[in-house]
Design a protein around this ligand. Structure first.
Ligand SMILES: Cc1ncc(COP(=O)(O)O)c(C=O)c1O
Length: 407
């Protein structure tokens, strides 16, 4: 039995299974929580041991070890991704979304255009809009069952919308693409040509399956002018609620500008549990991560076979990275509302509705697969039963169409 087969019966108020959250998001609480992108697995033993060591010390005097943290991140990237990162180009922030929000606010003006590639992680919309910037979409295109960047549309939007910033998601949440070197070169070239700064969210950069290789935008950046990378150990090591974020900004002027605002607000102080936990993760967590990736690949394989044999009307986008899978239900020919009813009320699953990632994705759902395989299997059996029995949804269909005609 694998470490990752074990369910964790610990007392908690985890957001994904919190009845109040489930009730407000899905209207009921008896659901398998496969929506929020975190892990149900216990973190690597060396990280736990390090956290215990700090708790046992019992003294929490101010302690700043950012240099050691950055060294650990840099060494990890060199070993894991053959990516050379200059330790003097990092800035510490409380989290990835905080980091991106600071970048958006510092590197653009109100009403400036910020481009995202839909479908995309829904928090990007919120952080752009709450900074009073304008969202410009460069929809990804599907070819032969795989998502690609539409470079023609991208260039056109860079020009016509006077795009100032682009938030890249690499690997891409929710479609699971790990962008190739060629794609990153082409993107970087266009960004340089049109003076667009790429904010590259690389939080999922270590969840890469064996058929792919991670290519940071930093690995193809020639000008060192128009990129800012942000990452953290959160997704890699399941440290979601205990990690800081790390900005990597090669351009000296831009980095100094950011440093003064981040330092001026004392957002770089960090938390010593996160700091030592991060060092432990990157220096002693590799074996655990390799096991995790093997486990996730097996789960992916099981899901792929199940969907192709048992759910012919569902299209699965096989992820190259991330522990999210993206499912297309459009062949069922149900309305968005009925589909949601099928998944939530019949299959009793809390999946992330596709329209969170872009309005036109109501026929899609994202499922988080960082759970024991048995949990995922149970979810898919329930999904199959609900789909097989979908004729019983006719009553609701009639209700829905009644509502529609009267409007
Ligand atoms: C692409 C992406 N960026 C950022 C985050 C959140 O990062 P943080 O919790 O460090 O703000 C997530 C979480 O799901 C994510 O998927």
């Amino acid at each position: 039995m694998s470490l990752f087969d074990q369910t964790q019966a610990v007392e908690n108020h985890f957001a994904k299974s919190n009845p109040n959250y489930l009730e407000s998001m899905f209207g009921r609480t008896d659901l398998a929580p496969l929506w929020i992108a975190d892990m149900e697995f216990k973190i690597a033993a060396p990280i736990s041991e390090e956290l215990k060591r700090l708790v046992d010390r019992g003294v929490y005097s101010y302690e700043f070890i950012e240099k050691d943290v950055v060294q650990a991140i840099s060494d990890w990237n060199l070993k894991r991704h053959q990516l050379q990162l200059d330790t003097s180009s990092f800035l510490q922030v409380p989290g990835v979304l905080t980091g991106i929000s600071i970048l958006v606010r510092e590197l653009s003006q109100e009403r400036d255009a910020v481009l995202v590639q839909t479908p995309v992680y829904h928090q990007f919309f919120k952080l752009i809009k709450s900074a009073n910037r304008t969202v410009v979409e460069n929809p990804l295109k599907i070819q032969d069952g795989k998502y690609f960047i539409d470079f023609e549309d991208l260039e056109q939007k860079f020009k016509s919308e006077k795009v100032k910033l682009m938030i890249l998601c690499n690997p891409h949440n929710p479609v699971g693409r790990v962008w190739t070197k060629e794609e990153m070169i082409q993107l970087n070239h266009l960004a340089n040509q049109y003076g667009v700064t790429i904010i590259s969210d690389e939080i999922h950069s270590d969840i890469i399956f064996s058929t792919s290789k991670f290519n940071s935008i930093a690995s193809v950046d020639t000008l060192q002018k128009h990129i800012a990378v942000i990452g953290s150990p959160a997704k890699t090591f399941g440290m979601h609620s205990i990690s800081n974020g790390y900005l990597y900004v090669p351009n000296e002027d831009v980095r100094q500008q950011l440093k003064s605002i981040i330092g001026g607000m004392y957002l770089d102080h960090g938390n010593i549990l996160s700091a030592y936990g991060t060092i432990a993760a990157y220096t002693k967590g590799e074996e655990w991560l390799n096991e995790l990736l093997g486990y996730l690949e097996q789960s992916n394989q099981w899901i792929k076979e199940f969907v192709s044999n048992e759910l012919p009307a569902v299209t699965l986008f096989q992820p190259e990275g991330t522990y999210q899978i993206w499912l297309d239900f459009s062949a069922l020919k149900l309305s968005d509302e009925i589909l949601q009813h099928l998944v939530v009320d019949k299959a009793k699953l809390a999946l992330t509705p596709g329209n969170w990632f872009g309005e036109q994705h109501g026929q899609f759902m994202r499922m988080n697969i960082a759970s024991p395989l048995a949990t995922l299997q149970d979810a898919f059996y329930r999904l199959k039963k609900a789909i097989d029995e979908r004729d019983q949804l006719t009553e609701l269909k009639k209700e829905a169409s009644k509502g529609c005609c009267s409007c």
